[in-house]
Design a protein around this ligand. Structure first.
Ligand code: IMP
Ligand code: MG
Length: 182
């Protein structure tokens, strides 16, 4: 455990060993599903960075990288669920197999909007790989094609996920002590 940040951690929900094993399984599934094809893996910054880099190393295919930055519109995102593209892809995706790599599916708004947007660009295929899924929070129907773990309705940090930009570098997925939020 990261010594500096460990004082804020209530529990480790998923250990680095559990995560590594699951990331390996997801990479094997992707390798199997796209055999003989090339794949563009699109990491959603910044939360997916750790998952993305651990995943791509294990995918035994002709893989290209790209990245997007998206942000939710203002604070009233729960109502409309619109997103803003802060950084778009750096290349066209027409005819390509695209796998969006995201940290967590929560309300589903981010990925629903991304699927709609990227879908208009005529990729050959478009799938979602998400490390975590919080189905109890869903506002729009959406399922990941590759999901690491279903998690309860608790705010989690680590392995790329943040609270106010902090805790992304924790190697495990953790629940913070309640006093951290107050
Ligand atoms: P969605 O559009 O509501 O599905 O939101 C997805 C985004 O919300 C993720 O990419 C995360 O940045 C953030 N998020 C949702 N739940 C958590 C959490 O438990 N911890 C940290 N970030 C979260
Ligand atoms: Mg975040």
């Amino acid at each position: 455990m990261n010594g500096v940040l460990s004082k804020d951690i209530q529990t480790v929900l998923l250990s680095r060993e559990q995560i590594e094993k699951r990331v390996e399984e997801i990479a094997e599934a992707i390798t199997r599903d796209y055999r003989g094809e090339s794949v563009l893996m699109v990491g959603i910054l910044r939360g997916a960075v750790v998952f993305f880099s651990e995943l791509v190393k294990r995918v035994d295919l002709d893989v290209r990288f790209d990245f997007m930055v998206v942000s939710s519109y203002g604070s009233g995102t729960e109502s409309g669920g619109e997103i803003r593209i802060v950084k778009d892809l750096s290349q066209p995706i027409e005819g390509m197999n695209v796998v969006i790599v995201e940290d967590i599916i929560d309300t589903g708004y981010t990925l629903k909007n991304l699927l709609r947007l990227l879908g208009t660009r005529n990729p050959k295929s478009l799938k979602i790989a998400a490390l975590l899924d919080k189905p109890s929070r869903r506002k729009v129907p959406l399922e990941g094609d590759y999901v690491g773990f279903k998690v309860p309705n608790e705010f989690v940090v680590g392995y790329g996920l943040d609270y106010n930009e902090k805790y992304r570098n924790l190697p495990d997925i953790c629940v913070l002590k309640p006093e951290v939020y107050s």
